[in-house]
Design a protein around this ligand. Structure first.
Ligand code: UGA
Length: 450
């Protein structure tokens, strides 16, 4: 492959890497996808995505068939491309701080692979990394292992990603902005050219800034969204204690104010997923190292942790003591449209219910295999939502899957032992569930109960 501007490598084929590689290949870029996991590479070579994401399988199949995507575990192949994205994982250490081992190893090996290369290439840090990582960690490692001068014969940029699981492909093809962080004009302009080529006349606004600012934008974005969720859950917990109040109406009303906006104001069991908790912990830890304690962010996390207890309180309110009670849990994924259970609120709620002696029968349309890995034999898994409800003393809805919306009072009443329903995702119109003992996050008691 000739390493012209239409050639791209993506190192680390996790969630972000795979979607990025698929997006570039789908627009005709010759793309090399690199990962150390040989099994994963074999799967991708057969056009199968090693994770669930709508549209991804089809895109990979087409890209591999047309030879636009070359999956490999050989990092030296990155040298045959012009732009090289680093999308390796940045997990948390036990104290919440960021673990940069994968970034360091990838930078080191990439530098060695580029050592003999004569022409210019551009390295782009897309992994979520704390401010300073591109300059203080990636840059010196790359410079040493490649023996090149960064900014002269090897470009370097920070370019964070804002993909959401479940809509990652649409997000990659239609982002609301592109952040380019660089200390030298050449790197920034090369990356701008790449995106101009990719998006054509639909090029989103590009924000040019320093690498450190770009890195902080990513954390600020996730921290703000997580704080919005914890904020509305706080209001939900207050609303829940006031007769006649519904947090959904409060959210709808405040969301009309353009300064607030309607999104991320859905009260529920607390946020989950691989990013919010990890990124907040990393930012809190990083701030601590700078000598600043970000109490707002700590409260966001604490509120989120406590929200699982609030859901369990609702269950107890309906059933009384949980010892030996049979609880149906509908939904395990951290949100609909994914099989991912990382940091899912369902896991926190299930663990609390188990601790109180409840027996759990759980169901999720996609996430059972992943939930089984986390919960093991402590929980029974049902084959569908109706079997989960069988002889249950209470049902708690934990993920907003559309198919759960279709369950009506008669389905619940016909299958369960007791008519107790906790709607932790606000799927149902409380008025239609009047024949049941119905409780929901952020829904105050009716005035008659008061
Ligand atoms: C999040 C961000 O939204 C992406 O922009 C970012 O790129 C990504 O993290 C990342 O850093 O990789 P994601 O983890 O896929 O994306 O999930 P979200 O759709 O943001 O949802 C996170 C959690 O918040 C879910 O558990 C969801 O149910 C919950 N949530 C969201 C609420 O409880 N209420 C809301 O109103 C919105």
């Amino acid at each position: 492959m000739k390493s012209g501007p239409g050639t791209v490598s993506v190192i680390g084929l996790g969630y972000v890497g795979l979607c990025t590689a698929a997006a570039f290949a789908s627009r005709g870029f010759k793309t090399v996808g690199i990962d150390i996991d040989v099994k994963r590479i074999e799967q991708i070579q057969h056009g199968r995505a090693p994770l669930y994401e709508p549209r991804l399988d089809g895109m990979l199949k087409r890209a591999v068939r047309k030879k636009l995507l070359v999956p490999t575990s050989d990092i030296s192949q990155a040298a045959s491309t012009h732009s090289i994205f680093l999308t390796v994982g940045t997990p948390s250490r036990n104290d919440g701080s960021i673990d940069l081992t994968y970034i360091e190893t990838a930078a080191e090996e990439l530098g060695r692979a580029l050592r003999q290369k004569q022409s210019y290439s551009l390295v782009i840090v897309k992994s979520t990394v704390i401010p300073g990582t591109t300059n203080k960690t990636v840059k010196p490692i790359l410079a040493k292992s490649s023996s090149k001068t960064i900014g002269v014969d090897l470009g370097l940029c920070s370019n964070p990603e804002f993909l959401k699981e479940g809509t990652a492909i649409v997000d990659a093809l239609h982002p609301d902005k592109i952040i380019i962080g660089s200390d030298d004009k050449k790197s920034a302009s090369k990356l701008k050219q790449l995106y101009t080529r990719f998006y054509g006349k639909n090029l989103p606004p590009i924000i040019l800034t320093s690498p450190e600012t770009a890195e902080l934008v990513k954390y600020a974005s996730n921290a703000f969204l997580a704080t919005k969720v914890s904020f509305i859950n706080t209001i939900a917990n207050i609303a829940q204690a006031i007769p006649g109040v519904d947090v959904n109406h409060v959210a709808e009303a405040i969301g009309r104010d353009p300064r607030i906006g309607p999104l991320f104001l859905k009260a529920g069991p607390g946020y989950g997923g691989s990013c919010f908790h990890k990124d907040l912990q990393a930012l809190i830890n990083f701030s601590g190292e700078l000598g600043y304690s970000p109490i707002l962010l700590k409260a966001t996390e604490e509120t989120n942790e406590q929200q699982a207890e609030k859901v369990v309180e609702l269950v107890e309110k309906l059933t009384g003591p949980l010892e030996k009670k049979r609880i149906a849990v509908l939904g395990l994924a951290f949100k609909k449209g994914t099989d991912d259970v990382r940091e899912a609120a369902s896991l926190r709620v299930v663990r609390l219910l188990l601790k109180k002696g409840a027996r759990i029968l759980a169901y999720d349309p996609l996430a059972v295999p992943n939930a089984r890995k986390s919960l093991g034999e402590s929980v029974e898994f049902a084959k569908d939502e109706r079997s989960a409800l069988n002889a249950a003393d209470c049902c708690v809805v934990m993920t907003e899957w559309n198919q759960f919306r279709e369950l009506q009072t008669k389905d619940y009443l016909g299958l369960m032992r007791a008519p107790n329903l906790v709607d932790a995702r606000r799927l149902y119109d409380p008025k239609e569930y009047g024949a049941m003992n119905f409780a929901a996050v952020g829904l105050g008691p009716t005035r008659n109960d008061f």
